[in-house]
Design a protein around this ligand. Structure first.
Ligand code: SAH
Length: 354
């Protein structure tokens, strides 16, 4: 297995059957079936080496602002899907959002991520105005959007208003698997088309997946890695699937931290310069998840900047961490966590390096 990891380190790619072999070895290791050396540790060592070449021990930070938990979509895994009547719905207005940015700026954030359900309350002009105002008030900051699937013209308008980056996880690159996670009205073809358009417009673009989502196979993960390699995103969002108690997947098993970390490591070797977050979901299933994510090759953390009053209502999955903490506490806590593993959160936009 070390040979395959060495090959990936040198060539930044592997054949599909080689990727599959690695993923199966990780699975066996996790089940205690692998007698030989720990392949994950070896992968993480290589991944750290690559991330150090490009980013040293810097960790970029993004302040996450959860705009709205209204959503027109009905993704089977997501806690804020439209069919979930148990959610107290909220939306932030422009003033709320700017207040979040101001407190984030004071704490050293230089990227704001506006994420939300697909909520048509924010029409294109409102969104453009919000983006434009953030960029005018905080000209040294980047704005990342994570607002789902939109028309080309909307993406273009937001870009012209000043948005820099867009996160849109593809969730799975296998159409049959996609169908099992989403209702009929959504399609993988459309999601991929959005990703292409975002890139063409000039955004720094992020795709990504949930690890251990229901029905996911090793072959699906191989396809995901190949798609990610081919698409060449600037960012990749990889976190474990965590069941939410009021969704059709309430009784499904969640993804593991081990497999998530393994995919982070593989992603770092395949895309050496990629911006790769150690996600909140990873921190939710393991108390040291974010530290372990950084040690597996990640270089970004995305603490929450949303007002504490709405935090628990943006519940994509169960037991989400940090819902009761003020932004300043989150920032301080992450500072300490990163220091404890000899990494350092920096006050920078943290753009993709060309
Ligand atoms: N509406 C936006 C933002 C979605 S939330 C969009 O469509 O892109 C951001 C991400 O959270 C999703 O892309 C999904 O990968 C993840 N997510 C949703 N439900 C989850 C769950 N139950 N467990 C783990 N991650 C989840």
């Amino acid at each position: 297995m070390r040979k395959l990891i060495d090959k990936l380190y040198v060539k930044q790619e592997l054949e599909p059957d080689e990727l599959k072999e690695l993923l199966i070895a990780e699975e066996n290791q996790r089940k205690g079936l692998l007698q030989e050396e720990q392949i994950s540790e070896y992968l993480f060592e290589k991944a750290r080496q690559v991330r150090h070449e490009h980013y040293g021990n810097k960790v970029f930070t993004r302040g996450l602002i959860e705009l709205s938990n209204y959503c027109k979509n009905d993704c089977y895994y997501c806690g804020i899907r439209r069919s979930n009547t148990g959610v107290a719905r909220y939306r932030l207005n422009k003033e709320d959002i700017l207040n979040c940015c101001q407190s984030g700026y004071d704490l050293g954030f230089r990227t704001f991520v506006l994420q939300g359900g697909e909520d048509s309350h924010y029409n294109d002009n409102m969104m453009a105005d919000i983006i434009y105002t953030i960029k005018s008030n905080f000209p040294d900051c980047a704005v990342t959007l994570s607002l789902g699937e939109k028309e080309y013209d909307s993406y273009l308008l937001y870009f012209h208003a000043g948005a820099d980056r867009y996160l849109l996880r593809h969730e799975t690159s296998n159409p049959q698997h996609y169908r099992k996670l989403h209702p009929e009205e959504m399609s993988l073809t459309h999601r991929k088309k959005c990703l292409e358009q975002l890139k063409e417009i000039g955004y720094q673009v992020g795709c990504g997946i949930m690890v251990g989502s229901p029905f996911q196979t090793v072959d699906n993960l191989v396809e995901d890695l190949l798609y990610i390699k081919e698409f060449q995103p600037h960012m990749v969002g990889i976190g474990p699937f965590i069941p939410h108690h009021e969704t059709p997947f309430a009784a499904e098993k969640g993804g593991t931290a081990e497999q998530t970390l393994f995919l982070l490591g593989l992603s770092r070797l395949m895309l050496p310069k990629v911006l790769l977050p150690a996600t909140t979901a990873l921190g939710t299933i393991n108390p040291k998840g974010r530290e372990l994510g950084i040690l597996a090759g990640a270089n970004v953390v995305m603490p929450n900047l949303s007002p504490v009053s709405v935090r628990k209502d943006y519940e994509l999955y169960d037991n989400k961490i940090c819902t009761g903490d003020e932004a300043a506490e989150c920032r301080q806590c992450l500072d300490l966590r990163m220091k404890s593993i000899d990494y350092e959160i920096v006050v920078e936009r943290g753009d993709f390096i060309k």
